[in-house]
Design a binder for this molecule. Structure first.
Ligand SMILES: NC(=O)c1ccc[n+]([C@@H]2O[C@H](COP(=O)([O-])OP(=O)(O)OC[C@H]3O[C@@H](n4cnc5c(N)ncnc54)[C@H](OP(=O)(O)O)[C@@H]3O)[C@@H](O)[C@H]2O)c1
Length: 327
């Protein structure tokens, strides 16, 4: 029941030099990453109207994303690279002042691009430099030099390698610490957000500070916790979807959009990619918003359960300083 797609609105970011961010982005995280599948999905996404793509050094999808966008330009689906908004992220092992610019240059080499539109610190967590392993060993966590790492992010911006810079998985207390050190404030905070984890406190804080919020796992994610999907299985959303002649996914994405937040949604199916763009030519009623506001809250992604292995000890950092759950 996907509705036809309307033009995708754009959101101006505070950062000078960045092109406006299209109001829905395509996520490319899929573990394990399969290059051909990613290339095919990105080309289909461009065909159906996506102009905003989200990747990260950690996802191993920078290279196929870059290849697909270059191919889209060759095929005439895009006039040039300038038509798209591309985000990538600095992984925790590179969250050290001297490694930031080098890491972005590696991402740009993978993407075959001269700049990213947005570069984010992936987590408020710094790990010993070295190869990325998953889950992360607890004793690899080291104190995060917020000021030094952010200075290097600012340098990425100054050099024109990142048109805008921001963060991901930052709580209000991480942002507070960062803002105290920042000359260029973060343009974006990308966090888990959907009708089942609404992030009211964080959104209020970001609005006050002029930080745009982007929502990852807008459909409840890829079942990483193994307990089913609280968004797509929500009876409240299903009832609204039936009444409006939309899908549950469209109701969740529309709700996020109506909060002034940009959903980053992953689908590698052409039909669902189209469906997920069908959120701009209709609206939710006050009663729908009231019902969604009452959905019990549950966060899926946590530093403790998702990123760090259960074994071992934190030898130099407190888990509480890195945790990303905030009521
Ligand atoms: N910053 C961070 O720490 C962080 C963390 C997580 C994710 N992210 C980013 O955010 C993106 C999106 O988050 P996510 O991948 O966790 O989860 P998501 O977008 O909430 O959900 C993706 C899942 O929903 C399915 N799906 C997509 N559209 C659908 C529809 N219309 N109806 C039913 N099912 C649908 C997808 O399967 P199909 O592909 O088969 O359609 C996929 O299994 C990621 O890809 C990544 O780029 C960032």
């Amino acid at each position: 029941m996907a509705s036809t797609t309307a033009a995708v609105p754009e959101v101006a970011l505070r950062s000078g030099g960045a092109r406006p961010m299209p109001a829905v982005g395509m996520g490319t995280a899929k573990f394990p990453a399969v290059a051909e599948t990613t290339v095919k999905a990105v080309l289909e996404a461009v065909e159906v109207g996506y102009r905003h793509f989200d990747t990260a050094a950690m996802y191993a999808t920078e290279r196929p994303l870059g290849e697909a966008l270059a191919e889209a330009v060759r095929r005439g689906l895009l006039a040039s690279r300038k038509e798209v908004f591309v985000t990538s992220k600095l992984w925790c092992t590179q969250c050290h002042p001297q490694l930031v610019i080098r890491s972005l240059r590696e991402s740009l080499q993978n993407l075959q691009m001269e700049y990213v539109d947005l570069y984010l610190i992936h987590w408020p967590i710094s790990l010993k430099p070295g190869p990325a392993v998953f889950p992360v060993k607890r004793d690899d966590a080291v104190p995060f030099d917020f000021e030094g790492v952010w200075r290097a992010m600012e340098e990425c911006h100054r050099l024109g390698l990142a048109k805008a810079i921001g963060v991901s998985n930052f709580t209000t207390s991480h942002l507070h610490k960062l803002l105290a050190a920042a000359t260029v404030p973060p343009a974006v905070n990308q966090v888990e957000m959907n009708p089942v984890w609404q992030q009211r406190k964080l959104r209020g804080y970001c609005a006050e500070k002029g930080i745009h919020v982007a929502a990852y796992s807008p459909l409840g994610g890829q079942n990483w916790s193994g307990d089913g999907n609280a968004v797509l299985d929500s009876e409240v959303l299903a009832e609204i979807a039936r009444a409006r002649g939309k899908t549950v996914a469209q109701v969740a994405l529309r709700w996020i959009y109506e909060q002034g937040v940009t959903p980053i949604v992953k689908s590698f199916s052409k039909e669902r990619l189209k469906e997920n763009l069908g959120i701009f030519d209709w609206g939710l009623a006050d009663d729908d918003l009231r019902k969604i506001g009452q959905i019990p809250q549950k966060k899926i992604v946590k530093a403790a359960g998702m990123l760090f292995s259960a074994e071992g000890e934190f030898t130099s950092v407190d888990l509480a300083d890195m945790e990303i759950v905030e009521e």
